[in-house]
Design a protein around this ligand. Structure first.
Ligand SMILES: Nc1ncnc2c1ncn2[C@@H]1O[C@H](COP(=O)(O)OP(=O)(O)O)[C@@H](O)[C@H]1O
Ligand SMILES: [Mg+2]
Length: 228
């Protein structure tokens, strides 16, 4: 479970990014966070990653108080989280296979593990046949699939996606959302920041709406009704 207790963030410049946010997200949930630019959505995700510290309040993830976490435990904690960005952030000079394998290499995974898991992840995201391609040889939707495979290969408990479809057209966006939904069904908690009201309307998930650093609504939109 993810818990925010009266969390506020004022950046050094004096920008109040979050104002007294309280909410909980259960393990296995799929949650959208929407809101106009500057409303604090990315700040909220960065706090979960421990890239940004709250000015006040408390964040607890699976009973761990992030504010009290010893520094040496942070890398291990971050492995519980997978992160996907709007601009994909792939290694430009490495092929698809190596981009996904990279996440395993940095944690010192064995060659055996890499050889088993990379093909399995590429299969899951539908890119088995393109494992030798460089990012620039792929469409935006395919690049984002590589980024998702990379984010998931170390089996995170939580997947954070900050505007993952911001650079994609409508069709590719829905396909990425479908993939995130499949991943969620396999048990990963998924938190997606998006600008797209259309995506949110079609997916029928919990939607947290932010405005100027506060949560202005938090509604469960019903079951999964997206049809192919
Ligand atoms: N590193 C930073 N330093 C100063 N102000 C920041 C920083 N990051 C974000 N902000 C400010 O905090 C507010 C919320 O930003 P952000 O969380 O990026 O919003 P969103 O992702 O919803 O667009 C904005 O006013 C933004 O300018
Ligand atoms: Mg943002």
């Amino acid at each position: 479970m993810i818990e925010f207790w009266n969390v506020s963030k004022t950046y050094e410049a004096g920008n109040k990014a979050l104002r007294n946010i309280s909410m909980t997200i259960q393990n296995g949930e799929f949650v959208f966070i929407i809101g106009r630019s500057g409303s604090g959505k990315s700040t909220l995700l960065k706090m979960l990653l421990k890239e940004v510290e709250p000015t006040s309040g408390k964040i607890v993830v699976n009973d761990m108080n992030l504010g009290k976490m010893p520094r040496k435990f942070i890398p291990k904690y971050r492995r519980k989280l997978g992160m996907v960005f709007q601009d994909f952030r792939l290694l430009k000079d490495r092929n698809v296979y190596e981009n996904v394998a990279f996440a395993q290499r940095v944690i010192g995974a064995s060659t055996k593990s890499i050889r088993e898991l990379v093909p399995a992840m590429l299969k899951m995201v539908g890119l088995s046949s393109k494992y030798k391609f460089l990012p620039q040889q792929l469409s935006g939707g395919e690049q984002q699939r590589v980024a998702i495979a990379r984010a998931l290969i170390n089996r995170p408990e939580i997947l954070l996606a900050d505007e993952p479809t911001g650079n994609l057209d409508g069709q590719n966006s829905m396909e990425i959302m479908k993939l995130l939904n499949e991943i969620n069904k396999l048990g990963t908690t998924v938190i997606v920041v998006t600008h797209s009201q259309e995506i949110v309307d079609r997916m029928k998930k919990r939607v947290i709406v932010m405005d100027r650093g506060t949560i202005v609504s938090d509604e469960q939109k019903g079951g999964y009704t997206y049809e192919n």
